[in-house]
Ligand binder design. Structure first.
Ligand SMILES: [Zn+2]
Length: 81
């Protein structure tokens, strides 16, 4: 299986998303102190998602991995902004 190419998210955008989400995973609520945080596309690029701030949110790497293992409607965000 080939992956959809991703545009690298600029550092200032990453910082903005982290700050907006208060450095907290949007799924499990862990913070940057407890785990490593990543930027995730809410709507995957493969499904027409954009590299836009409104389509980006903070996930820890564990939730990010779990999300990629599941289809999107099975993945639920417990911490809606
Ligand atoms: Zn998490």
């Amino acid at each position: 299986m080939s992956k959809t190419p991703r545009i690298r998210i600029p550092p200032e955008v990453r910082k903005y998303v982290f700050q907006r989400d208060k450095y907290q995973c949007k799924s499990c609520g862990k913070t940057s102190i407890e785990t490593d945080l990543t930027i995730d596309h809410i709507i995957p690029l493969a499904r027409g998602g954009q590299n836009d701030i409104s389509n980006l949110h903070t996930l820890c790497w564990i939730c990010n991995q779990q999300k990629s293992d599941k289809s999107d409607h099975q993945f639920r965000r417990h911490f809606e902004s």
